[in-house]
Structure formats: structure tokens, C-alpha cells
Write a protein that binds this ligand. Structure first.
Ligand code: GLP
Length: 235
């Protein structure tokens, strides 16, 4: 595990974008695993800035997002589809066919999970996966107690997650109760992982990864077994 402590948010975003830049230069047709949330906003800005300056292209890139809420249409402002469109996809030269997020409106959600998992394998797996971290240690939407052997699945969101994420909705009642997320095993199969955490409120989670052993009660602790993880953090 590589630990990079940064002094400010900007530096975290730049360091993360630089790892993605190196990946795209090494392999222009990379399969990227992407994340949402407040933490990676600066990272996406930096990535778009470098793309616009001509450092790399997304024309051959494929993306798979970690998760999506169940029951939100992709054009709803709070959906992760919409977040990605606004913060990245609408600003780069990626082909819409190469963009993948779980469909939270699928009629058969179990079939959607199996299909998503199979699609990732079909593309040869994820080369570089971006992660944030929830205050309870969740990665993607894998809440405490999720099996380390889980594939893409439906989750019931923890109450603390719904409260934490309610800042993106008008009211807490609006926060969906369910989501589809890549599983812990799906994430662990990525060849390289970068986890971003910024702010005082995330430091307890970072310390737990650093100091505690692996436990399904703290999902991000699975990363301790991954051969190529970089954690970029600061407060
Ligand atoms: C959501 C996402 C996670 C993300 C987490 C932290 O629950 N599903 O992938 O890491 O929020 O979000 P933030 O960066 O806003 O703290």
C-alpha cells in the first residue's frame, strides 16, 4: 500500500489525476473504474483540464462506475449517471457506448447486477479503479458487514450513509433506500486502485485502514490485501 499525505485538496486532486494520466498514456484503451461523491470533484476538474490541454484522449477508454441508486432516472440531478455526465463525460471525447453505470431502473435488478459484473469481465477487468470512502468505511456502496467475496449486488443503504448523502438531496426522505454497487471482490479484481479521502471527518477511517486488521465490519480494510493500492489523503 502506498500512502501519500497531501497538504490540500488541490494537491490530492492533482496527484490522482496524474496517476490516471500515466495509466492513459501507458494504455489508451484502459478500462477505468470511476467513483462519485464530493471528494473526486476536484480530480475530475483536473482530468478534464489536462484532457482539454491535449495530454491524452478518452476515445478508446471504457468506464465502469462503482454504483448507482435504485429508482432514480439517469437524468435526475441526484443520480450518479447525471453526476458523471456533468462532471466528466459531457466534457471529454468518450464514446457513449463505452460508458457503463448500473441501471437502477432495471425491471430485473438481480439480472442487472449479473449483467454488469459479466460486462466488466468481458472487457478484461478494470485497469485502474478510483475510490472514495464513506465515514463508516464503505467503498462503492458496500456497507459494513458486506462479504469480501461479493460481486455486483443490491444493497440496503445504512442509515448513516443516507444521512451523510442527504446533503445532495432536498430532504433525507428523498435519499433512495437501495443501490446497486460493485462488490468488494469486483473492486479487488481491479489491477490498480486509488483511494481519495479528504477532510478531518475522513481521518478516522484512514487511521483504521492504517492501524487495524482486515474485517468485513470495515469494508475498506480489504484493500490491505491488494497488491497495488495508493491512498491519497489529507485534512
Ligand atoms: C457515496 C458513494 C461512495 C463515496 C462516498 C463518499 O456513498 N457511493 O462511492 O465514496 O459517498 O462520498 P463523499 O466523497 O461525498 O464523502
Amino acid at each position: 500500500m502506498r500512502w501519500i499525505e497531501v497538504n490540500d485538496y488541490q494537491e490530492m486532486s492533482r496527484q490522482a489525476a496524474s496517476l490516471f494520466e500515466q495509466q492513459l498514456l501507458r494504455k489508451p484503451d484502459s478500462v477505468l473504474g470511476l467513483a462519485t461523491g464530493g471528494t473526486p470533484l476536484g480530480f475530475y476538474e483536473e482530468l478534464v483540464r489536462k484532457y482539454k490541454q491535449g495530454y491524452f484522449s478518452f476515445s478508446e477508454v471504457k468506464t465502469f462506475n462503482l454504483d448507482e441508486y435504485v429508482g432514480l432516472a439517469s437524468n435526475e440531478s441526484t443520480s450518479y449517471h447525471n453526476y458523471m455526465e456533468e462532471n466528466l463525460f459531457s466534457q471529454i471525447d468518450i464514446s457513449p457506448d463505452n460508458i457503463h453505470l448500473p441501471n437502477g431502473l432495471a425491471e430485473d435488478l438481480l439480472a442487472e447486477c449479473a449483467h454488469y459484473e459479466q460486462l466488466i469481465q468481458q472487457y478484461g477487468g478494470i485497469d485502474l479503479q478510483l475510490l472514495g470512502i464513506g465515514v463508516n468505511g464503505h467503498i462503492g456502496f458496500n456497507e459494513p458487514g458486506t462479504s469480501f467475496h461479493s460481486a455486483t449486488h443490491i444493497v440496503t443503504l445504512a442509515e448513516e450513509t443516507r444521512i451523510e448523502n442527504s446533503k445532495y438531496f432536498h430532504t433525507k426522505q428523498e435519499v433512495p433506500r437501495y443501490a446497486i454497487t460493485m462488490g468488494i471482490e469486483t473492486i479487488m479484481q481491479a489491477k490498480q486502485i486509488v483511494l481519495l479521502a479528504f477532510g478531518e471527518h475522513k481521518m478516522a477511517s484512514i487511521k483504521r485502514i492504517q492501524q487495524d486488521g482486515m474485517s468485513e465490519d470495515f469494508p475498506a480494510s480489504c484493500l490491505k490485501e491488494h497488491p497495488n493500492v495508493t491512498i491519497i489523503y489529507g485534512k
